[in-house]
Design a protein around this ligand. Structure first.
Ligand code: ATP
Length: 515
């Protein structure tokens, strides 16, 4: 645990030191669970968003993107169920006065049991060496089976109690599991209560005429209320999808995990409108497709897993999370939800407007079913950033900190250095910058010894460093150094663009999804 916490602290301080993420309003001591993205963070975030948008909208002929407003008519949230049911179960510890999400306390307890399974696996792998068969071990080892049974039993019971709104049983479960407050160790708990997560605000100048509004807690509803507008104007035929990225707001009860759980965050969502009865196959399709998107970034298959939901949200008939191995363990990164016709039917009822699709082949009208993929941009940022941050021991026994961001997402693609600040080398370096900047984000650095400049760019996540030296004056060649291998090549200045392009071009990365 201590190592995990230590690694996570390093992620947070590196994000700050290198201009990726700052605490919001830091000069006023910050605002809890609200963060600002710095000069590098804004670029990384933009690149992740673009990577998603290209894969989702540009490469799918039947998916289009929109940009709906954050403010929506308040009846939207009545219809969607958020006013009545967008609650989290909270529990307070009477001694430490700390507030927790009751379901998260239980899930964290289960994560500890799962950790024990991982430890057993690691131990056995060491003992058996090459002969180790993980699948078989998981299926037969009595201790592991015992842990698995415990974990699923707890999650099942939690799911059932939440579904039945049996909050007294959630408290009972916490007590039975002997869960203590992580801050104080106390087991003196209050009852579990529901807490609505939406932020309210007002629209209008005078107190009498002002209208109560909510800041949207998800981007999906902006898609549902525009379903017919897009279908008609785009002449879309089912199945088709509508995608959007944008801010969402939730008054989270516990928000202690940096940008993992924020009160203002960004979502990237896609609602896929389908014929009723086909939801199972589309659910499987999108689960597989989204997993491929994640794997295309090369951050290791072992760091992802599906988690099928026991407890379904009020709108869903099937749901699964893609979980990622964050520095604090496996947690939800993306949700794939089969939302049935819940949302469109509700909006039909509350607006008294028909939200139906006319099938030109069967000549029937129906309310489509919806398959949703929903990922948090900030969570994706944390996944990429935390996995990329590495400490490496070099051959000479020294260490380097390197941010091995997938090159396609890196904020700066190349840094250009003159070896020395004289003899015309800076001028050539600046000419190279002036040329490359039409295609890539590049930067110029002439301060300190070249070795120090390399380290700075390693820590910054820059995939290439280009050095101009005296030989450049003679033959128009430079050295190009690769961040991950630290290999250096002598190449002609005229080749630089294509060398960089080959590694950072989205086309090359996204092809892996199709392939
Ligand atoms: P959690 O169980 O972690 O609260 P959720 O199941 O409520 O998440 P969804 O409503 O399915 O999340 O939202 C879709 C995605 O939006 C999540 O997978 C996550 O990546 C992101 N997300 C949700 N809440 C937050 C938040 N407070 N901060 C950052 N990202 C979030």
């Amino acid at each position: 645990m201590a190592k995990q916490e230590d690694d996570f602290k390093k992620v947070i301080s590196h994000a700050k030191e290198y201009g990726y993420v700052f605490q919001s309003s830091e000069i006023y001591d910050g605002l809890s669970a609200v963060y600002d993205y710095g000069q590098n963070g804004a670029e990384l975030k933009k690149n992740i968003r673009e990577y998603w948008w290209k894969a989702m909208v540009q490469l799918n002929d039947n998916i289009v993107g929109i940009d709906a407003a954050i403010f929506m008519h308040p009846t939207t949230w009545k219809a969607s169920g958020h006013v009545d049911a967008f609650n989290d179960p909270l529990i307070d510890n009477k001694d430490s006065k700390k507030r927790y999400r009751a379901d998260v306390l239980v899930e964290d307890h289960v994560a500890k049991i799962e950790n024990k399974i991982e430890k057993e696996v690691a131990k056995a792998a060491k003992r058996f060496g090459d002969a180790f068969d993980k699948e078989q071990f998981l299926a037969t080892n009595p201790r592991v089976l015992g842990y698995q049974e415990q974990a699923t039993g707890i999650l099942k019971r939690l799911g059932k109690s939440l579904e039945n709104e049996d909050l007294a049983d959630v408290k009972k479960l916490i007590e039975e599991l002997d869960i203590a407050c992580p801050m104080s160790g106390s087991k003196n708990w209050t009852d579990v209560k529901q807490f609505n997560l939406m932020f309210g605000t007002k629209l209008g100048a005078s107190a009498e005429s002002a209208m109560d509004l909510y800041l949207r807690p998800e981007t999906a509803q902006g898609i549902f209320v525009n379903f017919l507008n897009v279908q008609k104007t785009g002449r879309m035929k089912i199945p088709f999808g509508i995608a959007q990225t944008g801010k969402a707001f939730r008054n989270e009860i516990v928000a202690r995990q940096f940008i993992f759980r924020m009160r203002e965050f960004e979502q990237m969502e896609m609602q896929y409108f389908i014929k009723p009865g086909t939801q199972k196959e589309w659910y499987e399709h999108w689960k597989e497709h989204r997993m491929k998107w994640h794997l295309s970034l090369g951050m290791g298959e072992e760091n992802y897993r599906f988690h099928d939901h026991e407890k379904l949200a009020h709108y869903a008939d099937a749901a699964s999370d893609i979980e990622f191995r964050f520095p604090f363990g496996f947690k939800e990164l993306e949700g794939i939800h089969s939302r049935t016709d819940f949302d469109l039917s509700q909006h039909e009822e509350y607006s008294s407007k028909k939200l139906q699709y006319f099938d030109p082949e069967t000549r029937e009208n129906y309310v489509p079913y919806v398959l949703e993929t929903s990922i948090g941009l900030d969570r994706m940022f944390l996944a990429v950033f935390s996995k990329s941050l590495q400490e490496e021991e070099l051959e000479n026994g020294t260490f380097r900190t390197v941010l091995k961001l997938p090159a396609v997402l890196a904020p700066t693609k190349a840094a250009v250095f003159p070896l020395v600040k004289k003899d015309g080398l800076p001028e050539i370096a600046k000419e190279i910058i002036a040329d490359l900047k039409w295609d890539f984000n590049v930067l110029y650095d002439e301060k300190d010894a070249v070795g120090r400049r390399y380290r700075r760019q390693d820590a910054n996540g820059t995939p290439f460093c280009i050095t101009v030296d005296h030989q450049t004056l003679e033959d128009q060649t430079v050295t190009i150094r690769h961040r991950d291998t630290m290999e250096q090549q002598r190449v002609a200045i005229t080749e630089l663009r294509s060398i960089i392009h080959e590694e950072v071009d989205m086309r090359v990365w996204l092809r892996k999804i199709k392939g």
